[in-house]
Design a protein around this ligand. Structure first.
Ligand code: AMP
Length: 477
């Protein structure tokens, strides 16, 4: 039993364990070091894999003697341990970090709270699950909603994002007091570099070795922590992680940045080694599209507007390459980022329509400490442009705050976001819309179904896209 819809499993696919969420806090000494050391200790625990880690949030202490601000984060684990065994392990890691329990709300080097473990609901003197304060603390819910907005909090029937939205409507000041301060590194000891598979033949030979279940992470390289988050989730859910690096000419328009798209292969291999990827398929254009290649995949429906309208042919190129990658790699699970929400809609549609193998898993967007969504294209921004680009996450946040406060009308939500974008110098908005995440059509108002606010804007010469769930999430990882 898991706390959210399980990914479809093929017969014989081993269960990797159940999801568990842990809140981490520290307000003594080097807070970042304490949190990162705890993540390493958790990842080194037999039966525990770290699937995802939120950014660290700085947060004023609640009650207790005068003390420093906290740094708080939430980690998603996949574990085969029982809730009791996992809780005992958390206590051991706290103790190893020098935590001494004194008065309530005293300062602490490390605080680890088990928020939930699978579907478990229990109230014993030794263990309460979900954690009794899991849904009433902004500093827990905000980072939790970063890593798993769609996870259902056991026993409540509501998702983490729904709880966060509700609390934010009631306690806006508590959310306003939170400040994202850093991305945390899950610094597993660097493994061997992944095997580089340069062509279809090498890929087929690797695949024929029978690596168990395979998690596919398709990328265009220039890897960053957003890509790493996908590989980490694949690592936690599958026996082997296969990344692909291919700058796909089919998805670039004639005036787009194909020639200057960043290529950082060596650094990419280091990042993939850090997250424990096993292999990377990095084909040439000729390997993927040999002479005479003339078949393309056109997905109707979710490609019609937005990026599809602004970039003719883009999704035809995306769908074609993704279909080929599914055919060549035959993944058990393939991981995509919510950052490219319309791409997700297109891939899901195609995956269902063409009966492609495995399951599509979608992971939340990773943001820099200041809120800017990570993107390979961010490296085109000058420092000044980067500062102005922050209008995009602020616009998303303004609309989310309005939704949390009860606003349901599309026009008002779009206006709230637009007001922020229009107030930023040299940010040219291409679109702001509230959409259905599967069909990618505008919604007139928020209802029970998930709704995404999507934004595209040009900052200098760089076109950036971003999005956020409003109220309740869709079915992400
Ligand atoms: P790209 O290399 O840009 O084609 O992206 C490869 C994959 O990484 C896609 O599934 C993207 O949606 C995903 N991705 C890119 N940026 C992020 C991010 N900031 N957070 C999560 N996933 C991302």
């Amino acid at each position: 039993m898991t706390s959210r819809p399980a990914a479809p499993r093929r017969p014989g696919l081993p269960a990797p364990g159940q999801p568990a969420f842990v809140a981490l806090g520290s307000n003594v000494g080097d807070r970042r070091a304490h949190l990162e050391a705890a993540l390493v200790a958790l990842g080194a625990t037999p039966g525990v894999r770290v699937a995802a880690v939120s950014a660290a949030y700085q947060n004023p202490p609640v009650g207790g003697p005068p003390q420093d601000d906290y740094w708080n984060a939430v980690a998603e684990l996949v574990t085969t341990l029982s809730p009791e065994a996992l809780a005992a392990r958390l206590h051991a890691v706290e103790a190893a970090a020098g935590r001494v329990r004194t008065v309530p709300a005293a300062p602490r080097t490390l605080d680890l709270d088990l928020l939930s473990c699978g579907d478990e609901v229990c109230r014993t003197p030794a263990l309460e699950l979900p954690h009794p304060r899991a849904t009433c603390r902004a500093f827990g819910l905000a980072p939790w909603a970063d890593v798993a907005p769609d996870a259902v909090v056991p026993g409540t029937g509501a998702t983490v994002l729904a709880h966060a939205t509700r609390l934010r409507g009631r306690e806006p000041a508590a959310f306003a007091a939170l400040r994202r301060v850093a991305l945390l590194r899950v610094a597993a000891p660097r493994g061997a570099r992944p095997a580089v598979l340069p062509d279809a033949e090498a890929l087929a030979a690797w695949r024929a070795r029978g690596e168990g279940t395979v998690g596919l992470v398709p990328t265009m390289g220039a890897l960053h922590e957003g890509h790493a988050s996908l590989a980490r989730r694949a690592r936690a859910a599958c026996d082997a992680v296969l990344a692909t690096i291919f700058v796909n000419p089919l998805q670039f328009g004639p005036t787009e940045d194909l020639a200057r798209y960043p290529r950082t292969f060596d650094a990419d291999l280091d990042l993939l080694a850090d997250v424990g990827a096993d292999a990377v398929y990095a084909p040439t254009v000729d390997d993927l599209y040999p002479a005479g290649f003339s078949t393309h995949v056109d997905v109707d429906g979710p490609t019609a507007g937005f990026e599809g309208a602004a970039r003719p042919g883009h999704f035809r190129g995306v769908a074609t390459v993704v279909a080929k990658l599914f055919a060549r790699t035959r993944p058990d699970r393939a991981f995509f980022g919510r950052k490219d929400a319309q791409q997700v809609a297109v891939v899901r549609r195609m995956h269902a329509d063409l009966d492609l193998p495995g399951a599509v898993v979608v992971a939340p967007t990773v943001r820099d400490a200041d809120g800017l969504a990570l993107s390979s294209r961010n490296r085109y921004l000058t420092p000044d442009e980067r500062a102005r680009a922050l209008a995009i996450p602020r616009a998303l946040d303004a609309a989310r705050a309005r939704a949390a406060a009860g606003e349901r009308r599309r026009d008002a939500l779009v206006a709230a976001a637009r007001a922020v974008l229009d107030g930023a110098a040299d940010v040219a908005t291409a679109y702001v819309e509230v959409v259905d995440p599967a069909r990618f059509v505008p919604l007139a108002e928020l209802g029970a179904a998930p709704a995404l606010l999507v934004v595209a804007a040009k900052v200098g010469t760089t076109r950036l896209i971003d999005n956020e769930w409003l109220l309740a999430p869709g079915d992400d990882a």
